[in-house]
Design a binder for this molecule. Structure first.
Ligand SMILES: C[S@@+](CC[C@H](N)C(=O)[O-])C[C@H]1O[C@@H](n2cnc3c(N)ncnc32)[C@H](O)[C@@H]1O
Length: 338
């Protein structure tokens, strides 16, 4: 046992669900939107949100101690991160992700022991093994899933636009690109790119609507297909992000083998995911995320960078490099030889 990890650290780890709920409950109550309108006293906050006086003071003071809120005399205001990421309507709003965290992930984590005994997911949002098909049958579930996925990938877009020599490439195909948010961001940064998103056909209406909202209609195309079963269009660069974690090792290997012939000779395959990098500072968080994938998906798990490198080499890719893309996320770039 590390000397630094004593009873205090042990209890803090064991009880960290309490802190998680401080933030998630603040979101549920609309606290951060209220404070986006300006600083407010405990009394005003309690009155506006309909809170009982018993816990309101401790709740607000705890959020301030945690750095989520800040104090201005007797008033509270959103801290910097809360103002950017917890207020609906802000470009960085993470409410789509945190809503699913609160409503689906949090209850599922209460059944971790069951999942460890059975290997079964514990999310209550689907019951069939074809999870995506089932989620996409229901408008509210589809919308919640899409917003969750997008909140997770949006912060990575600027780094992705910088991390690769896009100027030297013409066509890019994003597999599992959802309603095109990442591809649209990439094309905004590199307007010469000819971009296509391949995702399940059920997402076409979401894609079309999102492109209209972003003003990118016609700049990114949608190709409705199943990447495990249908032919993949060719491109100089094929990319896939936050997707391989949804599947088993065998499915990942099969998909990578299908991608290789679709990447033009001399082209590249880019993969980003919260990969497990033994010894890295992100290792614990990504192992915990892997258990989250077990709870939330029929077969998903996080994987190690060296495993991915092996699958890429097996498929025929040559040079493989990996770089940090964002917090806890690794970008792997594999080149197809000329
Ligand atoms: C976790 S989301 C990631 C979305 C997007 N890449 C992002 O990072 O925002 C996984 C995506 O894979 C898509 N997907 C799942 N199974 C697929 C399949 N068999 N063929 C094509 N797309 C699929 C889903 O519809 C979803 O958009």
């Amino acid at each position: 046992m590390s000397e630094a990890f004593g009873a205090g650290s042990l209890l803090e780890t064991a009880m960290s669900f309490q802190r998680a709920k401080l933030v998630l409950t603040g979101l549920e109550l609309g606290l951060f939107e209220l404070l986006a309108g300006g600083p407010a006293t405990e009394g005003t906050i309690g009155e506006r949100l309909g809170l009982h006086a018993r816990g309101t003071g401790d709740f607000l003071a705890a959020l301030a101690e945690a750095g989520v809120l800040a104090r201005e005399g007797s008033r509270y205001r959103n801290g910097e991160a809360a103002a950017r990421f917890l207020v609906r309507g802000e470009p960085g709003f993470l409410g789509g992700f945190l809503h699913v965290a609160d409503e689906v992930m949090y209850p599922a984590w209460g059944h971790l022991a069951t999942s460890l005994r059975t290997g079964e997911p514990q999310a209550t949002t689907y019951s069939r093994p074809d999870m995506f098909a089932e989620l996409y049958e229901d408008d509210a579930k589809r919308s919640a899933f899409v917003r969750m996925a997008e909140d997770a990938s949006r912060p990575l877009i600027p780094a992705l636009a910088e991390a690769f020599d896009w100027a030297a490439r013409g066509t890019v195909l994003e597999l599992g690109g959802c309603r095109g948010n990442v591809a649209a961001g990439l094309v905004a940064a590199h307007p010469h790119l000819d971009a296509t998103v391949l995702d399940l056909p059920q997402l076409r209406p979401e894609f079309d609507a999102h492109m209209r909202t972003l003003g990118t209609t016609g700049k990114v195309r949608f190709h409705g297909a199943d990447f495990f079963a249908d032919g993949l269009p060719e491109a100089e660069v094929i990319m896939i992000g936050h997707c391989l974690v949804d599947w088993t090792d065998d499915q990942r290997r099969a998909l990578i083998a299908r991608v290789f012939p679709a990447v033009r000779p001399g082209g590249a395959f880019l993969i980003w995911d919260p990969m497990i990098v033994p010894g890295a500072e992100s290792c614990l968080r990504n192992l915990v995320r892997s258990l989250n994938m077990q709870l939330m998906t029929p077969h998903g798990a996080n994987y190690r960078v060296d495993e991915l490198t092996g699958w890429l080499r097996e498929a025929g890719f040559g040079e493989v490099r990996h770089d940090a893309l964002g917090q806890d996320v690794t970008l792997v770039t594999a080149l197809r030889p000329e």
